[in-house]
Design a protein around this ligand. Structure first.
Ligand SMILES: [Zn+2]
Length: 211
């Protein structure tokens, strides 16, 4: 495996590892619009953009509002043989809230709702002072580390893909109409993708540690 020869391990802040292939690189400050890519696999490592922190805060706030709407508005309506049933995600979770399946309902609610909302809130906490040119709030490093560590567990996008696959099956048995919460989730995925396009983690770590 190719490595940077004798990296100065005394100052890890000057190093960045490629998230895809682990190659270590020495970092340097980039000017706006410049991008740093991995020398081996070409993965994007650092991409500072003007106003990026404010954009991430705005997208996080939008995401939180969409998520709250997505929980309580009707998600879908199923009709078959003259009977119909409409349900929200919160209603479904409550329907399974007792009995042996309750832990599963809780886990689903945590991963598709609670964790994404927590990550949005944590990003706003971390980036709001930085976006306004002020020093980071206390514990910003802990909060942002949590944002990174919880990323694999926040599954709003996976939920909507899973739902879409399940709907293809259900559509053959009953007529299904999608409610506002389903579309709120779809917009949420676009908002998350836009947020990620502005979010250069290295730039955020650099800004937090300069307080
Ligand atoms: Zn790489």
């Amino acid at each position: 495996m190719a490595r940077v020869p004798n990296p100065d391990l005394g100052d890890l802040r000057g190093l960045i590892a490629c998230p895809r292939c682990d190659l270590l690189h020495h970092t340097q400050q980039l000017s706006d619009g410049e991008r740093a890519k991995c020398a081996r696999c070409g993965s994007l490592l650092i991409w500072p953009r003007t106003g990026a922190f404010l954009h991430v805060v705005a997208f996080s706030f939008t995401g939180m509002i969409l998520m709250i709407g997505a929980i309580f508005f009707p998600f879908l309506k199923i009709s078959a043989q003259g009977l119909s049933h409409e349900s929200s995600i919160f209603g479904v979770a409550m329907a399974f809230s007792d009995g042996w399946i309750a832990p599963l309902a809780l886990a689903v609610l945590a991963m598709i709702v609670a964790l994404p909302v927590f990550r949005f809130a944590a990003l706003i906490y971390t980036l709001w002072p930085l976006a306004n040119g002020r020093p980071a709030y206390r514990h910003s490093t802990t909060v942002f580390r949590l944002v990174e560590e919880l990323q694999p567990w926040a599954m709003a996008e996976i939920f909507i893909i899973g739902t879409a696959v399940a709907l293809v099956k259900v559509a053959g048995l009953a007529s299904v109409s999608l409610g506002p919460a389903f579309w709120a989730f779809c917009v949420l995925i676009i908002v998350i993708a836009l947020k990620n396009s502005f979010m250069s983690n290295w730039t955020i770590w650099d800004a937090i540690s300069q307080k």
